[in-house]
Design a binder for this molecule. Structure first.
Ligand code: CP
Length: 322
């Protein structure tokens, strides 16, 4: 497997596969560009930044937010999309075409390819198959979801004005949750961050990942009970148990709502400044009554930031001057 290339300030034509490619300066560039995109979107300023560009969206796994926000981002910037949902049935993958060949075909018709795939490492395989076209990883199995982490960082920064010296709580399926993997890597780039990790033991981070993240300098504290959640967290990041990664449905049923975010838990444990995040979809692990709490951002800013961050990333990867 080819080594991941670092961005180091040069986004143009870069594959975006993992948070391992980013420095804090790269993230700062994304956040600054995101702010511009937010202003463009808020003022409904028409822009033709991506005029003449076509971006392919190839999603081998279902998606609401990532697919729709990328599609909307491209159109808001004046670009066009080529959208293949469920390529296993609706592309020549149904006839046995490999992912690598599919990528070589779609790069003939597009300037960038957004790819979601059920297998970890397939975004990297696609990048290796691509001759000239940047691949953006929209989630590769239990691997990573880098654009989700970027929008999560934008959401934390929007509230707290910093990405260092933070205390966070991450709950749910840490073994299979790709958004969690990318977010921990992202927060590991900054100084003095502490994350409390609350998951059923069966869904703890893989030991190898846990050790790798710790070596990067982030403090990870594994906890087993809600009563161990600290009262001074800047954010809670709740996640669902990833049903599609289980072979044993009984095991999934046993674990799926072991930790549920309720109004009562919030009252007892959250600070007035704690924001409540979730990458979504949620499937029972957040009580709907929590939605009305002003600290809950998962159905508000967090999903809107997905649009602005993806507008920013596309403009940078396609080399647009702003
Ligand atoms: N957060 C996220 O990746 O959502 P979708 O699966 O709906 O894209």
């Amino acid at each position: 497997m080819t080594k991941l290339s670092s961005i180091n300030g040069n986004f143009k034509n870069q594959h975006i596969l993992s948070l391992d490619q980013f420095t804090t300066q790269d993230i700062e560039t994304i956040l600054k560009t995101t702010k511009k995109m937010k202003d463009i979107a808020a003022k409904a300023i028409p822009t033709k930044l991506l005029e003449g560009n076509t971006v392919a969206l190839i999603f081998y796994e279902p998606s609401s937010r990532t697919f729709a926000s990328f599609s909307a981002a491209i159109k808001k910037l004046g670009g066009e999309t080529l959208e293949i949902l469920d390529p296993t049935h609706f592309s020549s993958a149904a006839k046995g075409e490999t992912l690598e060949d599919t990528i070589r075909v779609f790069e003939a018709y597009s300037d960038a390819i957004i790819l979601r795939h059920p297998q970890k490492g397939k975004a990297q395989s696609a990048a290796e198959a691509s001759r000239n076209t940047p691949i953006i990883n929209a989630g590769d199995g239990i691997g990573e979801h880098p654009t989700q982490a970027l929008l999560d960082l934008a959401t934390i920064y929007e509230k707290h004005g910093k990405l260092d010296n933070l205390t966070g709580v991450i709950t749910g399926d840490l073994l299979n949750g790709r958004t969690v993997h990318s977010l921990i890597k992202a927060l590991s780039l900054y100084k003095n961050n502490t994350l409390y990790l609350l998951s059923p033991t069966e869904l703890n981070l893989q030991r190898e990942d846990y050790n790798t993240y710790q070596q990067k300098g982030i403090k990870l504290i594994e906890i087993q009970y809600e009563k161990q959640i600290p009262q001074n967290a800047h954010f809670w990041y709740w996640t669902r148990v990833q049903k599609e990664r289980f072979t044993d449905t009984t095991q999934y049923e046993k674990l799926k709502t072991k930790f549920t975010l309720t109004k009562d838990l919030l009252k007892k444990t959250a600070a007035p400044y704690t924001i409540l995040m979730h990458p979504l979809p949620r499937v029972g692990e957040i009580e709907p009554a929590v939605d009305e709490d002003p600290r809950a951002v998962y159905l508000k800013n967090q999903i809107k930031n997905g649009l602005y961050v993806r507008m920013a990333l596309l403009a940078l990867v396609l080399g647009k001057k702003m």
